[in-house]
Design a protein around this ligand. Structure first.
Ligand code: NAD
Length: 292
């Protein structure tokens, strides 16, 4: 069984990005620049944004973090986005989700200039993805594709089952795996909370992408011998014995599923790290599109 180690695959992607940044800087140009907006103080969001900023530094990018109070008016957030849209020194913009109740996530997503939409959530980016046009691919599915490439996992003609149909993970993942790409050309089944025979569907899968947000949902009796298992789930489960008072759990029961799998991503240390790699690739792409 091969552990699809996100540390190894993301380090390789980041090394390539750093090399490209060094070429840019040595030609006297400014570095690619990612601006992140964080609303409120949600613990998980704080961790994700801090990690994104730190990773920007590691590959030589500039980053700006804008913090807004949790009770901020929607109009103030939209103004902040407009200002970043108009700033020629900012290449990529991300607004960390989820947002407080008074703010429409859809309005925020649609306010970002599609040329700076490094999260790939804008309807324009999503539409291009569906049509197979060049665009920003949402960072998590993009990171998974990079991981499949890094570990040379064959996908052509395989049956891939994607559990979850969100706009940020499941749906774009299903589109990529079914597309005519080097790591695509799968026959894809997309499952969701109304899928009645999930266990049977999963048992016929060569590749399972679990992105439903239910800790240890995928058990050994749902998995075919030799399947490739991609675990997207990140849930904080309370645990008094843990230092931080919680543990991070994936959507797959790793201990019982891994002996049956031919390859599997760990949580933590798997898809999460690749998501950041995908975001950095998108930021570099945004920079190159407008600066060259
Ligand atoms: P979401 O809540 O938007 O979507 C969950 C999807 O799962 C829905 O489409 C729903 O229909 C489906 N679902 C729920 N219960 C189900 C069930 N019992 N059977 C089948 N399908 C079911 O979640 P999301 O934003 O797509 O995130 C999913 C998980 O991935 C979460 O744990 C999230 O924290 C994690 N995540 C991880 C990364 C990463 O970088 N590793 C990035 C994004 C999200």
């Amino acid at each position: 069984m091969l552990v699809l180690d996100g540390k190894i695959a993301s380090a390789a992607v980041k090394q390539e990005i750093l090399a490209q940044t060094e070429v840019i800087l040595s030609s006297g140009k400014r570095a690619p620049h990612l601006a992140a907006i964080l609303v409120g103080t949600n613990g998980a969001s704080e961790t994700y944004v801090a990690s994104k900023v730190k990773n920007c530094e590691e590959v030589g990018f500039m980053s700006t973090l804008i913090r807004l109070e949790s009770d901020v008016a929607e109009s103030v957030l939209l103004e902040a986005i407009a200002s970043l849209n108009n700033d020629p020194t900012v290449d990529g913009i991300l607004v960390q989700l989820p947002l407080p109740k008074q703010i429409s996530e859809q309005k925020v997503i649609e306010a970002i200039d599609p040329l700076k939409d490094v999260d790939g959530f804008h309807p324009s980016s999503a539409g291009k993805l569906v049509q197979g046009l060049p665009t920003f691919i949402p960072a998590t599915p993009y990171g998974i594709m990079l991981m499949l490439e890094h570990f040379d996992i064959p996908t052509k003609g395989k049956h891939a089952v994607v559990i979850g149909r969100s706009n940020i993970v499941g749906r774009p993942m299903s589109i990529l795996l079914s597309s005519n790409l080097k790591r695509g050309n799968c026959t894809v089944t997309i499952c969701h909370s109304h899928t009645p025979n999930l266990k049977e569907v999963c048992l016929s899968a060569d590749i399972i992408v679990a992105a439903l947000g239910k800790p240890e949902f995928v058990k050994a009796d749902m998995v075919k011998e030799g399947a490739v298992i991609i675990d997207v789930g990140i849930t904080r489960v309370e645990d008094a014995t843990a230092k931080k008072g919680f543990r991070i759990k994936g959507d797959v029961a790793y201990a019982e599923v891994s002996p049956k799998a031919s390859a599997i991503t760990p949580v933590p240390g798997g898809v999460g790290l690749m998501t950041i790699a995908g975001l950095l690739k998108n930021t570099l792409q945004a920079y190159l599109t407008t600066q060259q």
